[in-house]
Design a protein around this ligand. Structure first.
Ligand code: RUB
Length: 319
């Protein structure tokens, strides 16, 4: 287990940017506590809080939780400096509790879709309650199904270049005692086609108003393979990840990371000197490939533009 001690907002921003902390839910909560840290360290100085908000929001552009939770924190930073510290602190606790509750609730809704005996594939790391991060949706579904006594098996798909499926998901699955098998990005089509996998459940960094979703690079390929093989493909996420300001996946900003992260593996160069490499951190899965969006309120299905709006109407935190 890696433990980081972060002393100020700039160290936190660096840890998010460098992906020491990663996953949409986890970075959202870190944004919240970053604002609290700024408030505490500056004794409630609004200007410092706004600077912290700008810095933290600039770290990773795709996951919308980070932006939304920071905006929510900043919105309560009004009044005297003592008021600001108190309100920001209360809000941080409220958001953390809410996020955990969302994960329990969406885990329960998602677990209903899982049958006894299913093998479920997940991609990258969308961790579970009590796992290594506060965020985490796909494993909340898987863990809830397992705790209900369903005999399930998980194919955890490792993602290049950060290998989260192996490094974090397998770690969490082991911790929860859930049987699992590690595969790598390019193997999913084979295993789906050969009948090994009955469901795919992934997380999301942002869901557009029409249901298109951004998630870790490779997700789109899995969704295509799932469709071709008649396998249900779900995303598990909270309503906080749905962004109605983004009408479709075309409008989602996909973070392009440094190609060196592909060329080097654990600090060792694995491609010839001068090799050009690209690294879009996420891809966009169009709504027609998605069987359902598992949220804390229930499982949303097509037509997404209409049904996601219903969710927004029932739940003001969505917007
Ligand atoms: C992680 C990733 C995860 C989503 C959902 O990307 O794409 O699947 O963030 O995770 P990165 P969660 O490693 O680049 O941050 O459900 O935990 O929010």
């Amino acid at each position: 287990e890696e433990v980081y001690t972060l002393h100020d907002v700039s160290e936190l921003a660096k840890a998010i940017k460098n992906m020491n902390i990663r996953g949409s839910g986890a970075i959202g909560i870190c944004g919240v506590y970053g604002i609290l840290l700024a408030a505490l360290k500056s004794n409630g100085k609004k200007e410092t809080i706004l600077e912290a908000a700008t810095l933290l929001k600039s770290t990773r552009p795709t996951a919308v939780n980070l932006m939304k939770t920071i905006d929510e924190m900043v919105s309560v930073a009004e009044g005297s400096s003592e008021d600001i510290v108190e309100k920001v602190e209360q809000k941080a606790v409220e958001i953390l509790k809410r996020q955990l509750q969302f994960e329990y609730d969406l885990g329960a809704h998602g677990a209903e879709l899982i049958n006894d005996g299913d093998t479920i594939m997940t991609h990258c790391h969308s961790g579970a309650l009590g796992g290594s991060g506060f965020g985490g949706r796909a494993l909340s579904v898987i863990r809830t199904a397992f705790e209900q006594g369903k005999k399930i098996h998980v194919y955890t798909c490792e993602t290049r270049p950060y290998l989260q499926g192996a490094r974090i998901t397998a770690y969490e699955l082991k911790k929860f005692g859930i049987p699992h098998t590690l595969i790598t990005d390019g193997m999913s089509g084979y295993f789906m086609n050969q009948g090994y996998i009955q469901k795919v459940v992934v997380g999301s960094d942002r869901v557009a108003g029409n249901g298109d979703l951004a998630n870790k690079i490779g997700t789109y390929n899995h969704a295509l393979a799932a469709k071709a093989n008649g396998i249900p493909f779900y995303t598990a996420t909270s309503s906080h990840t749905i962004d109605f300001f983004t009408k479709s996946g075309k409008e989602i900003e996909v973070e392009m990371r440094n190609g060196d992260e592909v060329v080097y593996l654990n600090g060792t160069r694995i491609a010839p000197e001068g090799t050009h490499a690209l690294y879009p951190s996420f891809d966009i899965t169009p709504n027609e490939l998605i069987t359902g969006i598992i949220t804390e309120i229930g499982v949303i299905q097509s037509p997404y533009d209409r049904n996601l709006k219903k969710l927004a109407n029932n739940n003001p935190v969505t917007i």
